[in-house]
Design a protein around this ligand. Structure first.
Ligand code: FES
Ligand code: FES
Length: 182
């Protein structure tokens, strides 16, 4: 006997655009973002809300999209890594996770620019999640101390160990945001 898969039609507001997707009940937001909306900047790491690779903002709150049913995002604003850059959302999945703007920094969010300026990446796999977590922190707190940055980023793991550069990048991002605004 074949099991019947329950599907639902969900209206998701992602990076300022509305998408209607028909998905089965158990699908995660991460899976829908990557597989249905082609937003591959959000990465799959542990799949268990333990590494931070899949962090997106839900109404400004950083959440692990791998552990969130897509249905939970209905009625809320989802911001992914692509949505940070002007005109983002093309999902081509380059090393920095699908930003349409050139890598000279044109059109990138100040936090993205700060990570590039400090070379705060090696393989780059953790980078989108790190950046989304940093954006959430800097929206809550414009000038965090080093200890506050470390505390806020504690759930984001980097297997390449570029933590010192990431700390410097978040500091630099705070300075850029103070001058230019979000
Ligand atoms: S993939 Fe979601 S926290 Fe690791
Ligand atoms: S740069 Fe490779 S996991 Fe962080």
């Amino acid at each position: 006997m074949t099991e019947k898969v329950e599907t639902a039609s969900l209206r998701l507001h992602v990076n300022g655009e509305t998408h209607v997707v028909s998905v089965s009940a158990e699908r995660t937001l991460l899976s829908v973002l990557r597989d249905d909306l082609d937003l591959t900047g959000t990465k799959y790491g542990c799949g268990e809300a333990q590494c931070g690779a899949c962090i997106v903002l839900l109404d400004d709150d950083p959440v692990p999209a791998c552990a969130l049913p897509a249905a939970s995002a209905v009625g809320r604003a989802v911001l992914t890594f692509e949505g940070l850059a002007k005109g983002g959302g093309d999902g081509e999945g380059d090393r920095l996770g699908a930003v349409r703007a050139p890598l000279d920094g044109e059109g990138l969010h100040p936090v993205q620019r700060a990570f590039i300026a400090e070379t705060a990446m090696q393989c780059g796999y953790c980078t989108p999640g790190m950046i989304m977590q940093a954006v959430a922190l800097l929206r809550r707190q414009a000038r965090p101390s080093d200890a506050e940055i470390v505390h806020a980023m504690n759930g984001n793991l980097c297997r390449c160990g570029v933590y010192p550069q990431i700390l410097r990048a978040v500091r630099r991002a705070a300075e850029l945001l103070a001058v230019q605004g979000p």
